[in-house]
Write a protein that binds this ligand. Structure first.
Ligand SMILES: Nc1ncnc2c1ncn2[C@@H]1O[C@H](COP(=O)(O)OP(=O)(O)OP(=O)(O)O)[C@@H](O)[C@H]1O
Ligand SMILES: [Mg+2]
Length: 270
């Protein structure tokens, strides 16, 4: 079942700073990483200070911002495993964004943290130690439902769910919703679906049919903007750029998504 509509915050409640959004889906290849990077860049273009956190050991977000994965001095691996390492110890400023890189060593995180007390809260605690410099934190989750994703969801205000408009689009979604419900119950009652983002849309009948199916399922949780398939969006990270600078004419979808994200966040706290 789709999650309940986001509840309004208490009247007069202040917008939290930073707003923390996990970009999550346990199905692979739904444009989580692409969305984290380009939504981040589009929010930065609106004057927001944005921190991107790469939780996927593949490091695609990290390399997509032009960081050399082979020359890292520190990554989220140290943030998770070393009590003395803070986020600002390992972040790098790139293309108008601040990036907390991932590293392949994160494939063993789950095992390395197995005996650690409070291991679901590590990311939340490290984010609490930031000194108010960011408006938004976007967390790129790997396509799994393991401890790193639990950490992301436990630390987040919102989840943004990219769903690919291809066959079997709903594959994985019920499991993610189930996990969200467990996390809401056990770790983070305030976790809210910010929205479902249709990705890879095109003019084919299949794409339109899947769009319909997802809209029937998620109703008005679906963002009005969907992200159209466009080879430029796939090319941009290969040159370490967002779509805003690589091919501004192909950036309109992410630019309007950023506007909708801000609108939804503001609506909750108005
Ligand atoms: N709108 C788009 N048009 C064309 N190609 C796209 C678009 N969005 C993403 N891609 C490409 O599709 C592939 C999958 O995207 P991406 O890596 O962002 O997905 P993901 O959900 O992060 O994958 P994973 O689950 O492996 O982490 C990438 O090669 C990316 O460049
Ligand atoms: Mg990814």
């Amino acid at each position: 079942m789709p999650a309940a509509r986001p509840k309004k915050a208490r009247a007069g409640a202040k917008i939290p700073r930073p707003i923390i959004i996990s970009v999550a889906q346990n199905k692979g290849g739904t444009a989580k990483t692409t969305t984290t990077l380009n939504l981040g860049a589009a929010l930065a273009a609106r004057g927001k200070k944005v921190l991107l956190i790469d939780l996927d050991p593949q490091g695609n977000l990290t390399s997509g911002t032009g960081i050399d994965l082979a020359a890292l001095n520190g990554s989220m691996y140290q943030v998770f495993t070393d009590r003395n390492v803070t986020l600002s110890d390992i972040t790098q400023d790139r293309i108008g964004l601040t990036v907390a890189p991932a590293h392949i060593s994160m494939v063993t995180l789950e095992m390395d943290l197995v005996n650690r007390n409070g291991r679901e809260w590590i990311l939340k605690r490290k984010l609490e130690a930031l000194d108010g410099e960011f408006d938004f934190v976007l967390v790129d989750c790997p396509p799994s439902l393991g401890l790193t994703v639990t950490n992301a969801l436990a630390a987040s205000h919102y989840v943004l769910l990219p769903v690919q408009t291809q066959a079997y689009a709903l594959y994985g979604v019920p499991q993610l919703m189930e996990m969200m419900n467990v996390i809401k119950e056990d770790l983070n009652p305030d976790l809210t679906v910010l929205g479902v983002l249709l990705t890879f849309t095109n003019r084919t009948r299949l794409s339109r049919e899947v769009e319909e199916e997802i809209k029937n399922y998620f109703k008005d949780e679906v963002f009005p903007t969907s992200i159209r398939q466009n080879v430029k969006i796939a090319e941009a990270p290969l040159s370490g750029q967002s779509i805003l600078t690589y091919a501004p004419e192909a950036a309109v979808d992410y630019i309007s998504l950023a506007e909708e994200v801000e609108k939804r966040v503001n609506a909750k706290f108005k």
